[in-house]
Design a protein around this ligand. Structure first.
Ligand code: GDP
Length: 472
């Protein structure tokens, strides 16, 4: 309604345009920035976005170069089930006790920091697996700097290994391979490296760019060297943050604790968080009453890359929610209330993600340069055939990226990856499994099912030319 008034065109015309884009709206509905741009363009207007709302209170000030200091890398461990993710994280937790600290890490708070002999620190997210990693990304939070991909040397590159690799790549997060269980008699690390090479992932020993290290998480062999490689990778990434400003970061997990109230594990990404600060996290807020590190020590302040559990919020924010510190308590409360309202409105929100039917239109408007596809099929042969054919459809205007392909049903993890990477999912002789369909509806992910290769290729071709009619 507002947009129609601003452009001085009838509301019905705006609604009609939205419908032709495959977006069903009412006159009171909020449109997202992308839709607004497309709709305005349709009527010959260009949209300029000016923030006048309260979120503006969350200042984004660019840090000055001289204020930046090196921060610890934040690492996630991923890999196939039973390949040793938990064992690796446990080993690191037990072996690396910060000098002068008595005892190891006793609390599970969702993340922990370790200090190596040379004094350098690494922060680990203690929720292993690409599911948690991508769920955070789908909420707009990318906290991981480096992914360790654990692969058991007595096994193979398994489906979840491939997924973990695709998820890290889709996020643009550098990978280090930990070839695990080398203590086992049938371990064959070279075979794993060969298999990686066949996937175009050449490790250093093989003349490639990926660091890898043979380890035994169980025996603690090679873990120290693996961590040194993590630090090397971190050095290349030149990770920096400004500690001298109010803290900004992400919620890792939160729960209600009997007696202590809501306990939230947060990761400070820049700035410094102090006890007494007024925090807004997602739609929750409150004054930080106390902070504890992973050893249960009470802490007064926490700088960049530090995980902390904090007390004092009025509820449990969601993993992946951003947090900010406010000087003005009232302002934080207002934004919290507004966010709650917005979330209610957004349950009837417009399409956030790309659909096959919308591709041609977006290409024509010149705003759409890359199409991400997740491809699942019943047999390897058809997955490869489709993947090759799809990639060949790339044109000068649009690049087609197969961000993940695999054999098997479409899973909830595939849907989350699609949501985090704005992808469509194409299934060949496979269907969504479990709650994947429901999740796709909720996340507004386009899933297309085919049983004839040419139909899939033709549809994509038509879609790119803007010839595909919306699926009703
Ligand atoms: P996750 O599912 O990836 O977290 O795997 P876990 O860490 O739970 O490990 C699965 C199984 O493999 C457990 O029984 C571990 O004891 C075993 N395991 C893990 N790492 C090693 C290793 O380096 N050597 C051997 N022999 N066993 C290991």
């Amino acid at each position: 309604g507002e947009v129609a008034t601003m452009m001085d065109v009838p509301i019905t015309k705006v609604i009609g345009t939205c419908m032709s884009l495959g977006i069903m709206v009412t006159m009171n509905q909020r449109l997202d920035a992308e839709t607004l741009t497309i709709v305005a363009d349709e009527f010959g207007y260009e949209v300029e976005f000016i923030t006048t709302d309260l979120e503006e209170a969350i200042e984004i000030v660019e840090d000055r170069q001289e204020d930046l200091v090196t921060r610890a890398p934040i690492v996630t461990v991923m890999g196939h089930v039973d390949h040793g993710k938990t064992s690796l994280l446990d080993n690191i937790r037990k072996e690396n006790v910060i000098a002068g600290e008595s005892g190891g890490i006793t609390q599970h708070i969702g993340a922990y920091a370790v200090q190596l002999d040379n004094g350098q620190k690494i922060t680990f997210l203690d929720t292993p697996g690409h599911e948690a990693f991508t769920a955070m990304r789908a909420r707009g939070a990318q906290v991981t700097d480096i992914a360790i991909i654990v692969i058991a040397a007595d096994d193979d590159i398994m489906p979840q290994t491939k997924e973990a690799i695709s998820h890290a790549q889709a996020a643009g997060v550098p990978m280090i391979f930990a070839i695990n269980k080398v203590d086992k008699p049938h371990a064959n690390p070279e075979k794993i490296k060969e298999k990686l090479a066949a996937m175009n992932l050449l490790v250093e020993d093989w003349g490639g760019k990926y660091q890898s290290h043979d380890i035994s998480a169980k025996m603690g062999m090679g873990v120290k060297e693996l961590l040194e490689k993590v630090l090397l990778e971190a050095e290349l990434l030149d990770l920096k943050a400004n500690p001298n400003k109010p803290a900004v970061g992400t919620v890792v997990e939160a729960q209600l604790d009997k007696g202590r109230g809501y306990v939230s594990t947060i990761l400070v990404q820049s700035g410094t968080l102090r006890v007494g600060d007024y925090v807004l996290a997602g739609k929750n807020h409150g004054k930080v009453k106390a902070m504890y590190d992973e050893r249960g020590n009470s802490v007064k302040e926490a700088g960049p890359s530090t995980p902390m559990s904090i007390l004092g919020l009025d509820g449990a924010p969601t993993a992946g929610d951003k947090f900010n510190v406010f000087e003005d308590e009232r302002e934080a409360k207002q934004i919290a209330v507004k966010r709650t309202q917005l979330m209610r409105e957004q349950s009837v929100r417009t399409q956030r993600h790309i659909t096959l039917a919308e591709i041609g239109r977006r290409i024509a408007l010149g705003q759409f340069k890359e199409l991400n596809i997740i491809l699942k099929g019943d047999v390897d042969g058809s997955v490869e055939a489709l993947s090759n054919s799809f990639s060949k459809l790339s044109t000068e205007e649009i690049q087609i990226n197969i961000i993940h392909k695999g054999v098997g049903a479409i899973t909830e993890t595939d849907v989350m990856l699609a949501s985090a990477s704005d992808a469509i999912i194409i299934g060949f002789n496979v269907r969504p499994a479990g709650n994947a369909r429901q999740l796709a509806d909720k996340e507004e992910i386009d899933i297309r099912n085919y049983s004839i290769i040419y139909d899939a290729i033709d549809d994509l071709k038509d879609a790119m030319e803007g010839m595909l009619s919306p699926e009703m």
